[in-house]
Structure formats: C-alpha cells, structure tokens
Write a protein that binds this ligand. Structure first.
Ligand SMILES: *Cc1c(COP(=O)(O)O)cnc(C)c1O
Length: 371
C-alpha cells in the first residue's frame, strides 16, 4: 500500500507543458521592473482572486516577507510583533532588517492573541505580522483595530492561507500587505516561490524595487534591494496551478469535512479552527491531542499514513533565538500547542479510500495512546 504523505505537490500535464514551453522559448527570466510575461500573468490571476490592486511575485515566501519589511522601512531600533508558533521565516525577516522580533502568545485556534499583541506594543513597534496558521485566518478585525490606533503596520503571513477568507474577504487583502508562499507543498506551488498583495500604490512600487535591486531601467539602483525575482518557468507553473485553485480548495475542504465526521467523536483529539465568520483553506488539517502525540504519529506512519508536526519547536525555543536572549520568554499556549498538534493528510491527492485508511489508522492509534 502506498504511503499517504501529509502534503504533496499536485502536478499535471498542463503544468509540465507550461514549464516546457518557457524552457523551449529561452525566455527563462526577465530582469525588468515589471517582470516577464509569465510573472505578469501569474500576478494578474492572484490580483483577481484576492481582489487587490497589486500582486508582486517573488522567489519565496521568505523573500515576500523580507521585501515587505524593507519597503515599510523596518530598520535597527524597530520592533516587530510576531507569533512564535510559526515557521522561523516570520521572525528571521525581522532580524534581516536589523530589527527586533517581539514574540507573543496564541489562542486555542493557534493564531496570534490580539490582547497579547496589544500588551506587546511599545513606542518602537513598527509592524505586526499575524500568521494565518494552517490556512485559518487570524482575528484580523481586532488586530487591525489595535494596530491602527497605534500607527503600527499590519503584514499578513498568508504563506499557508491562499484561498481562505475572513468575513468574506480573502486573506492577503486584510492588511497593508499579504505574503504568500509557493513552496512545493503549499496550496499552490511553483517549486520555490512567493507573492505579495497590496492595495497601496506607493508600497507596490517599492516592493517591485526591492525585488529587483532597486532598479527601474537597469544600473540605476535607487533603493536597497535584492534579487528576489521569480523565474519564468516557476511563474508559468504557478499560473496553471492558479487555474486549478478552486478544485484544490474544494478537494481539501471535502477531505477535511469527511475527517471531521469520521474523527469528531474521538475523545482527546480536538479540531479548534472552526469559527463561522471565516473559511479555512485546509492547507493543514490539525488536531490537538490530549497526550501521546509522538506515539500517535509513529503509529500512523507504521500504517502508511503520513502526518506532520507544525511546529515541534516554537521559534523562540530554537538555538538561534535562545542565543539571542529569548530563553526567559514565557509563551505557555505556544509551548503547549507545540507538544500537542498533529496534522493529518487532506491534500487534493488524498482519495476517499485513503481517508478511510487515515480514519482506521487514527482510531487504532487513539485507542492505544490517547486514553
Ligand atoms: C512556508 C512558510 C513561510 C516561508 O515560505 P518559503 O516559501 O518557504 O520561504 C513563511 N511563513 C509560514 C507560516 C510558512 O508556512
């Protein structure tokens, strides 16, 4: 029996053809301010989906976050409020600007606690980066309101949330700028890649500058920037994937709802991302286990069912951040989540038969390790 991975890229013939066409054309990159034809086509599709004025493709989700902080002018002496329950990129880009990440705790839904954010604000706070963890939107109204009252910029880490909505609005349109990842396992992929969304004309101009070493016409750098351009092959791949997004999202939701029905009554395995004013894109379907998480994971693996722990070590507990002096930081909800969460497969490649295997493996693991 095939192993069912917790996530995997879904690549079809159209993607292969699109990439091959670019390779054959010889137009592999277009190092201009606007980007090449494939980049612009992808950006157009993202803009339309999100209902934003600007989409700027870059070569990773990390680059998206760094580009936004650079464009917002985050610099040494500034503070940026971030969760610790996230992928390390969210905090690393703050360090990359010479600024200080200020970690705050989460709620039961794994997203930033707006009250913790409020309490963390100082005169140095320049921005806040809520993460839509697992593809489930954070409390954006509350975060936005607090940020606005203190003139703090809001940047969404929407790396996991493409297609998710909050009160009817797409993530990535709920703040000054949204940052997406097109990494291989994300909802839509280009292998490696990323994108930024914004409704702010001036910010969009700066984002394009940072993406291209600050150049407009070439050899005319007017702003510090990097090479954060997305290659044309990757953009072509992402562009085809965007056309399939509705199908991907439907499949993920169907699989997640099915697991909810099948596992909803299991004691000690809770699904906590279910507010009715927002929609999940089910990048990850994650249960909170009362106990025995690592043993459940092993038991699933033995039955050919992949699962993932996102994230076993909160960012402030990694050696890098411990060395930077965060060892006394107390984030009890973050640390508790890191011990209990387990994500199980719902990606579009998971069949109805696979779901039954996931159910059987999970029920048997739960009987053994959860009580
Ligand atoms: C994937 C991810 C990123 C980074 O994206 P890359 O494309 O891997 O650079 C940032 N934040 C979160 C929450 C992510 O899941």
């Amino acid at each position: 029996m095939d192993f069912i991975p917790v996530n995997k890229p879904i690549i079809g013939e159209d993607e292969k053809k699109a990439v091959l066409d670019v390779v054959s054309s010889g137009m592999l990159v277009n190092p201009s301010f606007e980007g090449g034809a494939q980049v612009r086509a992808f950006e157009g599709k993202l803009r339309k989906l999100l209902g934003v004025k600007h989409a700027v493709a870059v070569n990773s989700g990390t680059a998206a976050l760094h580009t936004v902080l650079m464009a917002l002018g985050v610099k040494p002496g500034d503070e940026v409020v971030v969760p610790s329950f996230t992928f390390v990129a969210t905090a690393n880009v703050v360090l990359a600007c010479g600024a200080k990440p200020v970690f705050v705790d989460i709620k039961d839904d794994y997203n930033m606690d707006p009250d913790a954010f409020r309490k963390a604000i100082t005169r140095k706070t320049k921005a806040v980066i809520p993460v839509h963890v697992y593809g489930y939107p954070a409390d954006m109204d509350e975060i936005r309101e607090i940020a606005d009252s203190k003139s703090v910029k809001v940047v969404e880490d929407a790396a996991e949330s493409l297609g998710a909505t909050y009160k009817g609005v797409q993530t990535g349109k709920l703040s000054d700028a949204g940052c997406f990842s097109l990494y291989a396992t994300k909802v839509v992929t280009s292998g490696e890649g990323g994108a930024i969304s914004t409704d702010d004309d001036e910010l969009a101009e700066l984002l394009r500058l940072v993406r291209n070493h600050g150049q407009v016409h070439g050899y005319d750098s007017r702003h510090l920037g990097y090479n954060y351009r997305l290659p044309e092959m990757s953009a072509a791949l992402a562009s085809v994937q965007m056309d399939r997004l509705d199908g991907f999202l439907d499949a993920r939701e169907r699989n997640a709802k099915r697991l909810m029905e099948m596992l909803g009554s299991v004691d000690g395995a809770e699904f906590t991302q279910d507010a009715t004013d927002r929609t999940h894109c089910y990048y990850l379907y994650t249960l909170r286990l009362k106990k025995g998480r690592d043993r459940v994971k092993e038991s699933l693996a033995a039955a050919g069912v992949g699962s993932g722990v996102y994230w076993p070590v909160p960012v402030h507990r990694t050696p890098l951040y411990q060395g930077l002096g965060y060892s006394k930081k107390k984030l009890p909800r973050t640390e508790d989540a890191a011990k209990r969460v387990l994500s199980i497969p719902v990606h579009p490649g998971v069949s109805q038969g696979d779901l039954k295997r996931v159910r059987d493996a999970f029920l048997s693991a739960a009987r053994e390790h959860l009580r």
